[in-house]
Design a protein around this ligand. Structure first.
Ligand code: PXG
Length: 285
């Protein structure tokens, strides 16, 4: 049976799920999106993802043509139409079908797309042995331009960073902000551990307010571990005892090498391993 894709209230077979070439989502990356996980049929932090989607839309003057409750229902309907329990949900809202000009007022109405699919998990080896990443030359978007807090369809900057990383043999890449501080990776937030305390860049470093980041900060604080949201330099990462990344797809993933510097003893550290386990429990129970 073909996978069903939701577009504007209807379910289409994957091959029939089509959007106009005049859609400003395609022509200009004019739209917003979310990447969400479902575990055993339960959508993880759905409310938070919908709030972030609506906030992203608000910031770009895009009105989502339905309520959050209707969107939640549409997500559940699409999951069940595909019989997906453990999966990945991509919600996309585009500005809609317009002209070849930039003017968003010439667009018909926003288009709502929901894709639910099986999740492509990272290889187990990364979780057991940790990742090696590098800092790339592509700077994170300046917050005064397209603010990184907006999860917009324009991900080209992150894709350029990802290409730089891949060319160096790394599946993730660290991006700095316009001030040269550590921001985040191309699709994951970054954390370091030093002397039993956790630190991660603050939102105003110009990063996405990750929902996994939030969940992991909560788990750490519940376990009595101090978490500081403070500006970090590359040096802070190099001298960390532990480093890990968080994201919807990756969950919590250890980093053991940054710019050819071994982090700690080169093995995933105890706090990282504990948080990986706690996050696993949070999502699977
Ligand atoms: N930073 C950026 C720039 C992101 O795009 C995260 C951090 C982590 O946020 P969450 O809310 O997921 O904890 C993201 C989100 C994918 C994929 O399929 C992942 C993201 C975006 C697009 C695709 O791996 N990451």
């Amino acid at each position: 049976m073909a996978l069903k894709v939701y577009i504007n209230g209807k379910l289409y077979d994957k091959d029939e799920a089509k959007i106009s070439v005049y859609d400003h989502g395609l022509l200009y990356g004019d739209g917003v999106f979310e990447g969400i996980r479902s575990y055993s049929g339960k959508v993880f932090r759905l409310r938070e993802h919908l709030d972030r989607l609506w906030n992203s839309a608000k910031a770009i003057w895009l009105e989502i043509p339905m309520t959050k409750e209707e969107m939640a229902q549409a997500i559940h309907d699409t999951l069940s139409a595909n019989g997906i329990l453990d999966g990945y949900i991509r919600v996309v809202v585009t500005r809609g079908v317009g002209t070849l000009g930039l003017d968003p007022n010439r667009c018909s109405q926003p288009q709502v797309i929901i894709i639910t699919d099986l999740i492509a998990l990272y290889p187990e080896d990364y979780y057991r042995n940790g990742l090696e990443i590098i800092t790339v030359s592509t700077t994170r978007n300046h917050p005064a331009a397209l603010n990184p807090r907006i999860k917009s369809l324009n991900y080209l900057n992150n894709i350029l960073a990802k290409i730089e990383g891949l060319q160096a043999g790394c599946i993730e890449a660290l991006m700095l902000n316009h001030k040269g501080e550590v921001a985040e990776c191309t699709g994951d937030n970054i954390f370091v551990v030093r002397q039993g305390r956790i630190a991660t860049p603050p939102i105003d470093a110009g990063i996405l307010e990750g929902i996994t980041r939030d969940a992991v900060i909560g788990l750490a604080r519940q376990s009595g571990i101090e978490v500081a949201e403070i500006p970090l330099t590359r040096h802070d990462v190099y001298i960390a005892d532990e480093c890990f990344l968080t994201g919807t797809a990756a969950e919590v993933i250890p980093v053991v090498k940054v710019d050819s510097r071994t982090i700690g003893d080169g093995r995933p550290g105890p706090i990282t391993r504990d948080l990986m386990q706690q996050f696993h429990k949070l999502t699977r129970s």
